[in-house]
Write a protein that binds this ligand. Sequence first.
Ligand code: GLC
Length: 494
Amino acid sequence: MSFDKVHQEKQRRLSKAVEEVCDELTLTSEKICELTHFFIESMEKGLGESKEDASYRGLPMIPTYVTGKPNGTESGVLLAADLGGTNFRICSVDLQGNHKFALQQMKSKIPDEFLEDDTVTSDDLFGYLARRTLAFVKKYHPEYLQNKEELKLGFTFSYPVDQKSLASGTLIRWTKGFKIKDTLGKDVVQLYQESLEEQGLSMVRVVALANDTVGTFLSHCYCSENTGSLTSGEIVEPVMGCIFGTGTNGAYMEKIENIKKLPEEVRQELLQSGKTHMCINTEWGSFDNDLKHLPTTKYDIDIDQKFSSNPGFHLFEKRVSGMFLGEILRNVLLDLFNKRFIFTQYTAEEKLPHRLKTPFELSSEVLSHIEIDDSSQLRETELSLLQSMRLPTTYDERIAIQNLVRAISRRSAYLAAVPIAAILMKTGALNQRYHGEVEIGCDGSVVEYYPGFRSMIRHALALSPIGPEGERKTHLCIAKDGSGVGAALCALVA
Ligand code: GLC
């Protein structure tokens, strides 16, 4: 065979293999509808089952004890701390009572050893959080150190906790790569409070614990100036807060009468005091852990079983969130390599660039560059892969990789639309008022920075049971600084 023929044949085999993978990653309208109905079923089940322990496989649907929505007139200065998947942030938030706020913050990247080293303990982690808090207070508010009065702090802790009140909650399981065993089952508010006291910060009181989705929802309610009447006379209602970042999750207001898992006396007490709704942290990362309906490829199975810190759990998150998009691509590329379709200049897996063999080394940021690369010969993709992975590629390989990237991100965004559609349907939010519209507060690197992610969610909403009409009434808004402001709002009402 001539050189050209060999090249053409190689290219044909690669694009056929890629097409097969992309087909597997495609979600039809029927699948989106099936998943949406199953999500509603799972929410109802989760609201009735009071088993928020580590072995529970259903949708957690955790009551948060937040019973009202802010309206933007709240005011005060509060502290907020936020432990996420990548950073720890400590801030002071000045709520100005007019939908506006001012914020001072110190952000630190969580040291790698906390995620990688098995010998790290809970004391190490919370000691670190308290030391960062002290550093923040010394730098921005040294006057607090002389304070006799108590300073309220809201703690955003973006992991599944079993909450029994606004200011306490025990860790059910770690997600997003953490695996510190001795935190499991402990009250994270108490751990943080004790560490603060050890650092001499006994004037700081951790008065509220909030998931980042709850924080995002509250802060969106506070900041949104559309609530109430728009000039056009329409009413826009904030319905949920969601995160599409390292992890994914959402929170919304549920009728207290539907939250069957609340102890009866708590439910009665709340209803008698005039409360009607409570914010529920769905922990939708754990949707369909039994894989009854989620689309599943062999790559998804491998990532969960071989490479994740919580195998068998948070399987929805492993198909949707930023932590996994690059890892899915890495697994597909290794498989195509092992079948001799790609990177054929390397004779064996050991010879591949080290980074391509390292789990979680390919980041979703790299995918975001490839997604929209329209440079000639896909030069941007070439550079991006060289720089981040030390991986040289041919033009044919880059075309294949771009197709894969687009299929992986589209599946993620289409799946992301499922819980949104389900919550809109379950709460009846779209039908509450004539011409009523709804707002969804979103935060997280993927929804904020991944090109086209929000419009792909919108495509899928139109394909979901809410249809194009529901999609048009739904506004996906970026809620900046959601978790800091939200935690402060929680602390204010505590
Ligand atoms: C993970 C956590 C969840 C958090 C989400 C987004 O799914 O379990 O609590 O809200 O990530 O950060």
